[in-house]
Design a protein around this ligand. Structure first.
Ligand code: NI
Length: 170
């Protein structure tokens, strides 16, 4: 089922995800819903907190359109190492129409559980590293706007508030 993606400044985007204690059928269903929602958007990542489920869970798929899908599920993720710097033009499904450069670590090592509940470790760089850090942020209630300088932050905030007001009035 395609779920509604919350848009900034919805306060639920500021909630921290709680630890997923067991991979229940409900969690499996949630993962399926998140994948369907992300592919429909379309986007390269989606955090549970973006659809109003305050849980430590995100998904990423950075495969190109012409490549087979490569869905990666991260449950209870921890970033163990961050190295180097990279600047990437980022978007976010919770900030429609916004694309801004964000500075991230160029390389990360992450530990998480997959959808089978098994723990895994992954080293990532480039777009995958950026996507992992972006989605991991969501689970802490941190958004891309928090990484912007004061001017861009103010402009983006205003743009999003105006958009939300326009949508509320139609
Ligand atoms: Ni996002």
């Amino acid at each position: 089922m395609i779920r509604t993606i919350l848009h900034y400044p919805d306060k639920r985007l500021r909630e921290r995800g709680e630890r997923v204690e067991a991979i229940t059928p409900e969690i499996q269903q949630l993962i399926d819903d998140m994948a369907e929602t992300m592919y429909a958007a379309p986007g390269v990542g989606l955090a549970a907190t973006q659809i109003g489920e305050a849980l430590q869970l995100f998904i990423v798929d950075i495969a190109d359109e012409n490549e087979p899908s490569d869905l990666r599920v991260f449950i209870n993720p921890e970033i163990l190492e961050r190295e180097g710097d990279i600047t990437w033009q980022e978007g976010c499904l919770s900030f429609p129409g916004v694309q801004e450069e964000v500075e991230r670590a160029a390389h990360v090592r992450v530990r998480a559980q997959g959808r089978d509940g098994k723990s895994f470790e992954l080293e990532a760089e480039g777009l995958l590293a950026v996507a992992i850090q972006h989605e991991y942020d969501h689970l802490q209630g941190v958004l891309m706007i928090d990484h912007m300088g004061p001017l861009k932050k103010r402009l983006t905030h205003r743009k999003m508030v105006k958009r939300a007001e326009e949508q509320a009035s139609t």
